[in-house]
Design a protein around this ligand. Structure first.
Ligand code: NI
Length: 138
C-alpha cells in the first residue's frame, strides 16, 4: 500500500485560474483529485505506447442491412478472438446497430483490430477507447 505525499506546485496565476475553471466545469471539487486523474490519463497513454497489456473498448455503429456487413465484421472478430473479451450488440432502431467490443491485449493487436473494423465498408462510426487493465494504477 502506498502512502500519501503532499507536495507544492508553482504555477503561473493565469494558468492556475484556467485550471480551476476547467476542473470546476468537469465537476471536480478539489485540485488534488483533478491532478490525480490527469496523471493517471498520462500513465495510461504511456502504457499504450510502451506495448504493455492494456484494455479498452471498440464501439461500432452500422446498418445491418448493408450487404454482407455482419458476416465481414464477424470474420474480422474471429480473426482477432485472442484480444476480444466480450461483445455486446444493441439494436438501436430498425436499421442501426451499436456494438461494443471489450478488448485486452497488446496495443498493437488491439489497434490492428480497431483499424480493420473501422475500414470495413458500411461501418458508420468506429471509436477505440484506450483504457487500462488497472494493474499499474492507483
Ligand atoms: Ni442489430
Amino acid at each position: 500500500m502506498s502512502s500519501l505525499i503532499r507536495f507544492g506546485i508553482s504555477l503561473d496565476k493565469t494558468l492556475l485560474e484556467s485550471f480551476d475553471v476547467l476542473i470546476s466545469d468537469r465537476g471536480y471539487t478539489n485540485r488534488s483529485e483533478a491532478l490525480r486523474d490527469l496523471i493517471r490519463d498520462e500513465l495510461v497513454r504511456k502504457e499504450w505506447l510502451s506495448g504493455d497489456i492494456v484494455a479498452g473498448t471498440i464501439t461500432l455503429v452500422y446498418d445491418h442491412h448493408t450487404r454482407e456487413l455482419n458476416a465481414r465484421l464477424t470474420d474480422i472478430q474471429h480473426n482477432h478472438h485472442n484480444v476480444i473479451i466480450a461483445t455486446q450488440h444493441i439494436h438501436l432502431d430498425h436499421h442501426n446497430c451499436l456494438e461494443v467490443i471489450v478488448v485486452q491485449g497488446t496495443p498493437q493487436d488491439i489497434e490492428k483490430l480497431a483499424a480493420r473494423l473501422k475500414a470495413t465498408r458500411g461501418v458508420k462510426h468506429s471509436a477505440l477507447t484506450m483504457a487500462t487493465t488497472g494493474k499499474n494504477l492507483l
